[in-house]
Design a protein around this ligand. Sequence first.
Ligand SMILES: Nc1nc2c(c(=O)[nH]1)N[C@H]1C(S)=C(S)[C@@H](COP(=O)(O)O)O[C@H]1N2
Ligand SMILES: [Mo]
Length: 256
Amino acid sequence: MSTHEPRRRRFLAHAAAAGSSFFLAGCDKLSQSEWFPKILSSTEKLTQAAQKLIVPRRAMAQEFSPADMSPEFRSNGTDNPDSPAYQALVANGFKDYQLKISGMVERPETYTLDQLKSLPSRTQITRHDCVEGWSAIAKWQGVQLSRLLERAQPKAGARYAVFFCADPMDAAGTAYYESIDMDDARHPQTILAYALNDAPLPVKNGAPIRLRVERQLGYKMAKYVMEIKLVDNFANIAGGKGGYWEDQGYEWFAGI
Ligand SMILES: Nc1nc2c(c(=O)[nH]1)N[C@H]1C(S)=C(S)[C@@H](COP(=O)(O)O)O[C@H]1N2
Ligand SMILES: [Mo]
């Protein structure tokens, strides 16, 4: 299956390899709404159903060695949520942080950061691909989401995990959120990361907790995760498309 590198990833890899100044410098000048749909329409997309036939959903994303790591992992999107509640968390080193697991589970639960860190962890060196035209390889450590789901016991009808973030609302009144299906939620490389490159996750990269869902594009990897809610549809959540960018036209399924 390795010859079937998904077209979009190949496209992004070429773009990154070319070091195109258009991609790297031009993207800031273009509004997201102009830029993003162009990327999606100029890449021949396979539908999610077709991709499922080609790449089994259990497939692992490529992992790299320490020698492959990028010198630094940049920040994109929100880099320090400007809300009194989040700033209060930062001020005392996230001691009051609580991750809430809610929705269609038998056992709703909350975890402090220390509790999350005390659970067995997974460490992985992976490549992050942002549709704005940059990629970076970094080391992530965190607790597998599957482990929290085992404890929470999803109800039979649960289909998606929705991640609500600490980002303040934008001008249109929506805050960052994302969602993945239960296959991705239970995938071994899907972790709630609290460390980046052997250091505590910096605020600019989503402290104290950010999602890594390694077979998907960057915008799926919710930073500043405050609540994970299991649902069977998105009808009553923000724009109803399953994510902040999805509500504005991005693809919900952004992976392999
Ligand atoms: N809460 C939140 N999560 C987010 C974003 C954001 O703005 N807010 N940006 C997304 C995008 S487009 C990318 S590429 C990655 C960037 O992660 P980084 O800041 O660690 O580089 O986070 C994603 N998750
Ligand atoms: Mo991104």
